[in-house]
Write a protein that binds this ligand. Structure first.
Ligand SMILES: C[S@@+](CC[C@H](N)C(=O)[O-])C[C@H]1O[C@@H](n2cnc3c(N)ncnc32)[C@H](O)[C@@H]1O
Length: 375
């Protein structure tokens, strides 16, 4: 496992933070991936936050982003990541690498190409989008068309443009070829990511989700779509929260508090105390598990979660339904999930799910006996 699969997070951070509604008493557990969404959760000032990933190089990537936040000024940080031009990213790396863990330093010392290109672009998935942008999209649309789509101001404009210009025959054919299961599986993701996928018409499904994303979700501040189509974020005002200038000082001061863990989620949950986590960001990890592993993980989440804690997860191609027998302990926040889903800029997902852990016995939060006596 030494491939960086994701150098950016592809779930919408707004959907995530609105769903979890972090408060200063929260203890958060978040799937690390590229780190971006854990940074967005940190910005909500929880009492503790842990980022976990089964893939060690995803944690190495997150660690490097943490050091870049801590040691660089805002302009250099943005340039180092690759969102703005930079003449010498290797020089910036040699400045920030001193406090990397031995493992992360050993990894990054051998990755000078990734560093030179900017680490926000180095994931396998981001490279797949680059192939699309450089070798497929130019045969479908001109730069003017792309800009016109991205500058649409309302749904009506988006829909008219999609139907009249965007959805031409080349889009319909080349999209379905490039995003078919074989090419997506081998070049964009990994064939093993499809182990539990029974959906056959992957390209067809993604085509329909993209139509919805382009016509039914506002595109004018959709930095995920802008990146897929242009490889850039023109206005950092519209970017991911961890890239916004006004959040940089807070991140600099607090990003060192994130605890990084390389482990399988289920193994890590087993090490945690009962009632120790109040908010869970689970990305779409259930996609990569069998049904029984999903159920075992849910049971562990229920054990570790506090009463009324929230957990969120997306699904991509594998629908995951909470088993009936757990419905006494988990309550769906369907209304909230559906409301947030309407504006979810990560339109390629199949579903967004928010659940609350309910009816738990309080095993930890009683004050010690002597305090009760004084009351
Ligand atoms: C779940 S993936 C999803 C990325 C993106 N949303 C997608 O669908 O392509 C995000 C991260 O979860 C990590 N991951 C997957 N299964 C995991 C597990 N069982 N425990 C911990 N991390 C896991 C992966 O290594 C990856 O970095």
């Amino acid at each position: 496992m030494n491939t960086i699969h994701y150098s950016q997070c592809w779930e919408d951070p707004q959907t995530l933070t609105d769903a979890l509604n972090i408060n200063p008493a929260d203890n958060v557990l978040s799937i690390a991936s590229a780190g971006d969404n854990t940074f967005a959760l940190l910005l909500k000032n929880p009492v503790s936050i842990t980022a976990i990933d089964i893939n060690p190089v995803q944690i190495d990537l997150m660690e490097l982003k943490i050091r870049a936040i801590q040691y660089l000024n805002y302009e250099d940080f943005i340039s180092f990541l690759g969102y703005r031009k930079c003449n010498d990213r290797k020089k910036l790396y040699s400045y920030i690498k001193r406090d990397l863990s031995d493992r992360a330093r050993e990894y990054w010392d051998t990755q000078s190409r990734k560093i030179s290109r900017g680490i926000a672009h180095c994931g396998k998935f981001e490279s797949y989008f680059k192939l699309f942008r450089n070798f497929v999209l130019p045969f479908i649309h001109s730069r003017e068309n792309i800009q016109q789509l991205l500058s649409s101001q309302c749904f009506k404009q988006q829909e008219v443009f999609y139907n009249g210009v965007w959805n031409n025959i080349r889009w319909r054919v080349l999209f379905r070829i490039f995003f078919c299961k074989f090419i997506l599986g081998h070049i964009g993701r990994d064939p093993s990511f499809f182990n539990y996928v029974s959906l056959q018409k992957i390209a067809e499904e993604l085509f329909e989700r993209s139509r919805k994303g382009i016509t039914e979700v506002p595109v004018k501040n959709n930095f995920l779509l802008e990146y897929i189509l242009t490889g850039k974020i023109m206005s950092l005002r519209n970017a991911h929260p961890y890239l916004l200038p006004e959040n940089f000082e807070y991140l600099k001061e607090n990003v060192g508090d994130i605890q990084l863990v390389t482990a399988n989620l289920i193994d890590y949950l087993r090490t945690l105390d009962h009632n120790s986590i109040s908010k869970f960001n689970l990305s779409d990890v259930f996609e990569y598990m069998s049904r029984s592993e999903f159920e075992i993980t849910l049971n562990e989440l229920i054990r570790c979660g506090t009463n009324n804690s929230s957990l969120v997860f997306w699904t991509l191609f594998v629908p995951r339904k909470v088993p009936n027998k757990l419905l006494k302990k988990l309550k769906s926040s369907n209304l909230l999930a559906n409301k947030l889903r309407k504006n979810d800029r990560g339109f390629f997902y199949g579903s967004f799910n928010v659940w609350r852990i309910i009816a738990k016995q309080k095993t930890q939060s009683y004050p010690p006996l002597e305090k009760i006596e004084k009351l």
